[in-house]
Design a protein around this ligand. Structure first.
Ligand SMILES: Nc1ncnc2c1ncn2[C@@H]1O[C@H](COP(=O)(O)OP(=O)(O)OP(=O)(O)O)[C@@H](O)[C@H]1O
Ligand SMILES: [Mg+2]
Length: 263
């Protein structure tokens, strides 16, 4: 199983949008995929699940010292064939308080007990804390969404250092790519931000850029991925292209479209 953390400590850069739509894109290509919502804001969870149906969450699985259920008990099917989700809960914020080393490996250990998945995609919270560490310890790859805005890319450098530090404990972690989001080709600042990122992370920046597209904002409130909500939109085309590029970088077949054509 490939485990991909979608990480950036900066808020609102498109982590959840990327996690949910990449996970859907992989499932649509026939890869059995588990979306893991590690953010106590629960945005990925509510993109796919009705709150009233959720009984066990990742907070039950990962937090505390009481007897904890196993991850399999916190996995729910979504309406997309091949896509399951492990939901979050506000109480998952307590993961930040975990101090013992054993606690930091709980997600990794839980994922190792699962067999059925080709991919796990982790939606990370906007912080550089223990929850991110836990995600990176459990991951084989990371994707870093970066918004195409005018600000120094220093935050991304801090994140890259965190990842390098984590590699001492998890040598199999690698950065699969940096992904430019909120891209607007008519805006000079966006072009400059992309050029700067390419200069800093040579070869690691995805060729796909995610353009600003309002359909990406409306899809979650309808509990849909972009592929179902607006199949002809820029958002759908960009996340389709990202899914292919991710599979190419992993040297996996991106030509399959077994399960369903969205619509
Ligand atoms: N390419 C895009 N075009 C337009 N809107 C977008 C795009 N990507 C994300 N959004 C919207 O911007 C908001 C923030 O995106 P998202 O929730 O994916 O970011 P995030 O990094 O997960 O945020 P947080 O750090 O709070 O978890 C959401 O309302 C989302 O629908
Ligand atoms: Mg988010």
């Amino acid at each position: 199983m490939k485990t991909i953390a979608i990480a950036n400590q900066k808020g609102g850069v498109g982590k959840t949008t990327t996690a949910t739509n990449l996970a859907a894109g992989l499932a649509i290509r026939g890869y059995k995929t588990l979306l893991i919502d590690l953010d106590s804001q629960c945005n990925a969870t509510f993109t796919f699940l009705d709150q009233s149906l959720i009984k066990t969450t990742l907070a039950d699985v990962l937090v505390g010292y009481q007897e904890r259920p196993s991850l399999i008990d916190a996995i729910y099917e979504t309406h997309i064939e091949g896509l399951d989700i492990a939901p979050s809960h506000i109480r998952l914020a307590l993961l930040e308080r975990s101090v013992q080393i054993e606690e930091h490996y709980r997600l990794k250990d839980s994922l190792e007990s699962l067999e059925a998945y080709d991919f796990a995609v982790i939606d990370c919270p906007p912080s550089l804390g223990m929850t991110l560490t836990q995600a990176l310890l459990a991951s084989s790859h990371a994707i870093v969404p970066v918004a195409a805005q005018f600000y120094p890319l220093e935050g991304v450098v801090d994140l890259t250092s965190t990842m390098q530090a984590t590699r001492r404990l998890n040598p199999s972690l690698s950065i699969l790519g940096y992904l430019m989001t909120y891209f607007d080709g008519r805006n000079r600042i966006c072009g400059e931000a992309l050029a700067k990122m390419q200069e800093m992370f040579d070869g690691l920046v995805f060729e796909t850029v995610i353009r600003t597209n309002v359909k990406l904002q409306t899809a979650p409130s309808l509990r849909k991925s972009i592929f179902e909500h607006a199949p002809d939109s820029h958002g759908s085309k960009d996340y389709d292209s990202l899914t292919d590029e991710v599979l190419q970088r992993l040297k996996m077949d991106s030509s399959l479209r077994l399960v369903q054509e969205a619509g």
